[in-house]
Ligand binder design. Structure first.
Ligand code: G1P
Length: 290
């Protein structure tokens, strides 16, 4: 079962990045020269996803403008000998077929995903959270798609072990081993667990392959943590009738939705950059050692 569609929830208010996010969608903040959302869409496109639904809200129209052509700017750049830059700008609009739907009320991640019901129809699909940027050799969503597709299109959740103090900010999974290293069977899961409630330190980190059954499950879910409809609760509901897998993915995840995570991503992406990297490393060691 080939996975062709992805959903990117990008309707959060961005309160952890205020005041900048008062008028700029957090997904449009730049990591080096590209907005965060472009890294996410590039990951999906690199995994072979063709159709992407962005779940946005009334503050996020800068995103639809960004993934459009801008002929006047492109022509001006071409005329002034900057054809490469013109192509770069155009490329962002051609990464995938991008569709938009608004989440009219901020009622949680599960509620945002439910907005994709009509777009998805009856096939498994990828979910990439709009804050979570990955650095990986094989696109993280592709690692999950491979596991799901090999098993006829079942749910695959992207997980990594996080620290004891961090798990309360995520979801915690109860898993059992399969014959393949790094792939687990999901037995249970809980959103934002207390230390006493957690099953393990494996947390879902921003990447999912879900089956269309999630939509029925979400209809039966009551508001959970924070009074919101939680995707984790929907998945838990669905687990009653479907086998699911967790994939300990290879790659590093950055939470660009908060200041510390955004800074880590900025610094590490700069250090890895072909043009900036060497000089920036020297600059950093200079200021740190003085
Ligand atoms: C969301 C999910 C949570 C997941 C986390 C990181 O939480 O609800 O299960 O572990 O993303 O991907 P949030 O960061 O929106 O609080």
């Amino acid at each position: 079962m080939k996975i062709r569609k992805a959903v990117i929830p990008a309707a959060g208010l961005g309160t952890r990045m205020l005041p900048a996010t008062k008028t700029i969608p957090k997904e449009m903040l730049p990591l080096l020269d590209k907005p965060v959302i472009q890294y996410i869409i590039e990951e999906a496109a690199a995994a072979g996803i063709e159709d992407i639904l962005l779940v946005t809200n009334r503050q996020k129209s800068a995103m639809d403008d960004y993934f459009d052509y801008f002929p006047e700017l492109e022509q001006r750049l071409e005329r002034s000998g900057k054809a490469e830059q013109a192509e770069e700008i155009r490329k962002a609009a051609d990464l995938a077929n991008i569709f938009y739907v608004r989440q009219k009320e901020t009622k949680g991640l599960g509620h945002a995903i439910y907005r994709a019901k009509r777009f998805i129809g009856d096939e498994p699909f990828a979910v990439l959270l709009g804050d979570d940027v990955m650095f990986a050799e094989v696109p993280v969503i592709k690692q999950l798609m491979d596991v799901s597709e090999d098993r006829g299109g079942l749910t695959a959740l992207g997980v990594q072990a996080v620290s004891d103090s961090a798990i309360a900010s995520y979801s915690s999974l109860k898993v059992t081993d399969t014959e393949q290293r790094g792939i687990f069977k999901v037995e249970d899961l809980i959103e934002k667990p207390t230390a006493a409630e957690k099953f393990s330190n494996y947390a879902i980190l921003g990447r999912y392959v879900l089956t269309p059954g999630i939509f029925d499950a979400l209809e039966n879910v009551k508001p959970g943590y924070g009074g919101e409809i939680q995707l984790t609760d929907g998945i838990r509901e669905q687990l009653k009738g479907e086998a699911m897998f967790a994939v300990d993915f290879k790659g590093k995840r950055y939470d660009t939705g908060n200041q510390r995570g955004f800074l880590e991503a900025t610094v590490e992406f700069a250090l890895r950059d072909k043009e900036l990297g060497a000089g920036f490393r020297e600059y950093l060691s200079g200021i740190i050692n003085n």
